[in-house]
Design a protein around this ligand. Sequence first.
Ligand code: SF4
Length: 359
Amino acid sequence: MLEQACPTENSASDSSPSRPAADWQALATRVLSGHRLNMDEALSILKSSDYDLLDLLSAAYRIRRATFGNRVQLYFLMNAKSGLCPEDCGYCSQSKVSEAEIPRYNLLNAQKLLDGARVAAERQAKTYCIVISARGPSQREMNAITTIVPQIKAQYNLKICACLGLLTPEQAQELKACGVDRVNHNLNTSDQFYSEICSTHTYDDRVATLQNVRAAGMELCSGGIIGMGEQDADVVRMAFALRDLEVESIPVNFLNPIDGTPLAGAKGLTPRYCLKVLAMFRFANPERELRIAGGRELHLGSLQPLGLYPANSIFVGDYLTTKGQAPSADYKMIEELGFEVVHNEEPSCHITMAEPAAN
Ligand code: SF4
């Protein structure tokens, strides 16, 4: 049985102003010199005082700047097949155990997938993420994806990230051959907590897919979800597992406890804790792309811009079954921070404030 999440109970920070401040800048200096963050240091970040939050973010920003400057990578998600999944992931509105009121449809046709690519390009996304709800792709779905990806790449200057569930070595090779650049497959949580959120596949199944993708020569996108009832140590173990797998891109989701899912009603995440999580991921994975993913607007609230000091990437537009904020709000946030969007052809370029065409 899944426990309801209450991260503040296991992650309570010592908010006493009299507590000596940690020297986050010194730790950042060590990380920039090659130090690998250890468990004690990572936990101390998650449990740090709210009084130290700006110091922590400032130190994480130094690490971010060393690799990414002030650049922000945008991603665009297409939910190419919604609901109908035979798995039982407790956080997911598309699982077989979910009673959430979401659209349910089979794989979109080629024109709709091309339309999504157009919207991704219009929104200045660097990567178009094609996501299906599935344990793994059927042969028909593999055929459709491997047919459409070359067409998308011929028409648009987009990188393609495919999220199709568990993959065999052969399926990974087929995706590589058709031009898929990267595969997303989230670890979601730690090895020790995984059985609390899913019983139909294992953490090791997920790691095996990541290994198959790597062996086929594609990049890895893998991250997790915070706020499912895990302990701080689980968050750290996941961050370290992603480091060990040398994942290129790490999306950090904050649980949106959707009505009708087993985790509906989970609460306890605070914007400050979410920022500490992002900072910890940056210290643990200093040179990896770090994306604030689902739950950004819900959990960071008015502190959203601060998330881009440790993180260097966001989704522009909606998530799989929940709404994101308007793209214009994302561009405005990036501009007001003095940051800039990365385009595929250029290392970076200044953004425009125009609202892109709607999906
Ligand atoms: S495998 Fe993916 S789509 Fe299916 S229930 Fe799990 S997270 Fe949701």
